[in-house]
Design a binder for this molecule. Structure first.
Ligand code: HEC
Length: 193
């Protein structure tokens, strides 16, 4: 059982010490629990919520990057015209990409749903997104992946790439060929819905 924070008095050293000494998951559990204040006690929960960002930095308040909120709109803006509903399935794409009689009109494989997109992130083609989108800072020869330029004007690419990186997760952005990622590397990928 996690012990709650000290109740007496206003926020002070004891309260800060409690926040620092208590493991994060325990604090979060406590945050979500009902605070059963008896009469006359200081409502300490709002105070703690206000103090958390000061102690742990912006991580606590930082919004999680999700497909629905952040990646999807970006994808519609920068990627959909070549990877949308009219694009060939991955299977078809692979089968005919070197066939001179089949013209995909410059389009790549279709990836227009969350699950369809994950195929290239942590699914069967795990790592394809990172390899194609990297700006060259993770590649052996320093060359950017071939999709990097589609992120927009030179001035906005870095910023857009950063959103993809945050979505994949800190430390999970590895540039390798699909099939070369280890199980651990694949599992580290966040890619929240
Ligand atoms: C002008 C068309 C075009 C745009 C825009 C475009 N792509 Fe592509 N994409 C392609 C083509 C064509 C390929 C196949 C190229 C290849 O295999 O070398 C491809 C391949 C890919 C692959 C690798 C698939 C695989 O496993 O072989 C990924 C991942 C990808 N694109 C992601 C993106 C993302 C993310 C964006 C938006 C930032 C984007 N693409 C924008 C045309 C485009």
């Amino acid at each position: 059982m996690t012990r709650g924070p000290p109740r007496a008095g206003l926020p002070g050293v004891a309260l800060l010490t409690w926040i620092i000494d208590t493991p994060r998951p325990a604090i979060e559990r406590w945050q979500q629990s009902d605070s059963s204040l008896s009469q006359g006690e200081t409502p300490v929960k709002p105070t703690i919520l206000a103090l958390l960002p000061l102690v742990f930095g912006p991580a606590v308040s930082a919004q999680e990057v999700t497909y629905t909120q952040h990646i999807r709109p970006l994808w519609e803006d920068k990627c959909e015209r070549c990877h949308g509903a009219s694009a060939p399935t991955y299977e078809r794409f692979v089968k005919f990409r070197d066939d001179p009689t089949v013209d995909f009109d410059g389009k790549g494989p279709r990836m227009d749903t969350y699950e369809g997109f994950l195929f290239f992130v942590n699914g069967p083609q795990a790592g394809a997104l990172m390899r194609m989108l990297d700006d060259g800072s993770h590649t052996a020869d320093g060359a950017a992946g071939s999709m990097y330029r589609h992120l927009g004007r030179a001035s906005e690419r870095k910023e857009k790439l950063q959103i993809f990186k945050q979505w994949v997760g800190e430390g999970a952005w590895v540039v390798k060929k699909p099939g070369e990622l280890s199980k651990e590397e694949v599992q580290r990928i966040k890619a929240a819905k």
